[in-house]
Design a protein around this ligand. Structure first.
Ligand SMILES: Cc1cc2nc3c(=O)[nH]c(=O)nc-3n(C[C@H](O)[C@H](O)[C@H](O)COP(=O)(O)OP(=O)(O)OC[C@H]3O[C@@H](n4cnc5c(N)ncnc54)[C@H](O)[C@@H]3O)c2cc1C
Length: 450
């Protein structure tokens, strides 16, 4: 009998096992994983681009990592969770009884169900094997169509463009990153991608794939776009089936968890891409499916499975990407999220430079902060442009959201300055001041009406 069995050796699963072990050195812990390697899927696009030289250097032997931390590891597929007998059955290695269980089975790439989708040469990018197949084809190809303008699609498109391919992105929404950035900010990203040679087709549906055995073109809104191969990046399906079959509650295919990452069954926790979680801003259920959330949730699930009582605070879906020389980042709610949720908001927006304009290497950067009108608290941020520093600024905004900072708090931010690194006027302070002026104007209008 193991004190804790973890299904899945990805970011969420491995973190929960390591956390539980740190908290209880005597605990007998087992990780069951289909995959014998531990790696971050986030690194895959950078092997495609050539920035990381080989897939061989991103993966580490999972068994070795576990052994180093005195955790048992079985490389096999978990095929059944028996809650009555409190055991996990695997395909080849038998049954493993548990006292506590963490389900961290991740997700799988969503496929497009249109004419021709069974043709060869249509890939998704989820694991190292996918990456190898895409790279092998990319090396001998000229043209690729990427279906999907979210993070995975756009990162893959940029990577393949860096390899010298002729790349088109097809996105059915009217702008890229539909759930992450407002249209005006997405338009800036769009322009950069086009300047770097990528064709972006927004507001177009992918109606089918053409070819005899191998795809040779993609039907996009009635027009055939030639392609030597296709990468589809249209989202993730949570691997919630194992839990669902066991009788654990799921929602939209994902495992439902409470604020302690516990499922509907006592002593059974879940974390990572397979769960449906909560927004820190609204408290509403949301998907996160980010490596950062997987690690945080893994820590909470592992702590609680080891007997602690730690609450998961919710997610902000902070994200940062580097596309060619441009960095983009976001956290919390966009204006369009706030509009959809009927949250009255006011935004502070500025365009500035990453360093004083006179300093070599200064680049344009656009910052938007979204505040709740009712209490002036920050609920979201988007930053586009500039070749450096976006990740730190997004983290600062996320911290401000977590701590309910107001427009006035951010206007008082105590920041640093030196010409090679940052301008004398801080971008976040300037954006907050912009929101402050807008609020003041609104109040003035109301006063006059009174
Ligand atoms: C191309 C790409 C780029 C990304 N870039 C970023 C980024 O820049 N930043 C970011 O925050 N996030 C990024 N992500 C998302 C991030 O990688 C995931 O959110 C994170 O890896 C999820 O971790 P996880 O442990 O939940 O799932 P996974 O990492 O998918 O791990 C799940 C593991 O469970 C195993 N498993 C599944 N079912 C079973 C079973 N029945 N029995 C045994 N084992 C099983 C799988 O084999 C797998 O090893 C990216 C994802 C992709 C695909």
């Amino acid at each position: 009998m193991h004190d804790l069995v973890v299904i899945g050796g990805g970011g969420a699963g491995l973190t929960s096992a390591l956390t539980a072990k740190k908290l209880n050195r005597d605990a007998n812990i087992l990780v069951i994983s289909k995959d014998d390697l531990s790696y971050s899927p986030c690194s895959l696009p950078f092997v495609l681009s050539g920035e990381i030289l080989s897939f061989d250097i991103i993966g580490h032997d999972l068994k070795g990592i576990c052994e180093g931390s005195h955790i048992n590891c079985v490389i096999d597929e978990a095929v059944e969770i028996n809650l009555g007998e409190k055991k996990v059955s695997t395909r080849r290695e038998g049954d493993f009884p548990f006292k506590s269980l963490v389900i961290a089975t991740g997700g799988r790439a969503r496929k497009l169900d249109v004419d021709g989708s069974n043709l060869k040469g249509i890939y998704t990018l989820q694991d190292i094997e996918d990456g190898k197949r895409i790279l092998e084809k990319a090396i001998e190809s000229e043209k690729v169509v990427v279906v999907g303008g979210g993070a995975v699609g756009v990162e893959t498109a940029a990577a393949l463009r860096k390899r010298g391919l002729d790349v088109s992105i097809v996105e059915k929404c009217d702008h890229l990153f539909g759930h992450c950035f407002d249209k005006s900010y997405s338009d800036i990203i769009n322009k950069t991608l086009e300047d770097d040679g990528i064709t972006v087709l927004n507001g177009k549906s992918t109606d089918g794939f053409n070819g005899r055995r191998w795809v040779d073109s993609v039907n996009v809104g009635g027009e055939d776009i030639p392609a030597d191969f296709v990468v589809v990046g249209i989202g993730l399906i949570p691997n919630g089936e194992l839990a669902e079959k066991a009788g654990i509650k799921t929602f939209k295919g994902a495992v439902q968890v409470d604020g302690w990452m516990q499922t509907s069954v006592d002593g059974v926790y879940a974390a990572g891409d397979c769960v449906f979680t909560r927004s820190l801003v609204t408290g509403q259920p949301t998907f996160s499916q980010l490596g950062t959330s997987a690690v945080r949730q893994g820590k909470i699930a592992g702590s609680n499975a080891a007997g602690c009582y730690v609450a998961m605070e919710g997610v902000l879906n902070s994200m940062v990407l580097k596309l060619f020389d441009m960095e983009i980042g976001r956290t919390g709610l966009t204006e369009s999220d706030a509009r959809d949720m009927d949250i009255p908001f006011i935004s502070g927006k500025i365009k500035t430079t990453t360093k004083p304009q006179y300093f070599p290497g200064a680049e344009d950067v656009y910052i938007k902060l979204v505040f709740k009108k009712i209490n002036r608290q920050i609920i979201g941020a988007q930053i586009v442009g500039g070749g450096e520093g976006v990740a730190d600024k997004i983290d600062l905004c996320a911290y401000a959201i977590q701590n309910h900072s107001t427009i006035e708090d951010l206007m008082k931010l105590k920041y640093c300055y030196t010409p090679p690194l940052a301008p004398i006027n801080n971008a976040i302070v300037d954006a907050a001041e912009n929101a402050y002026r807008k609020m003041a104007r609104l109040e003035e209008v109301r006063r006059r009406k009174f």
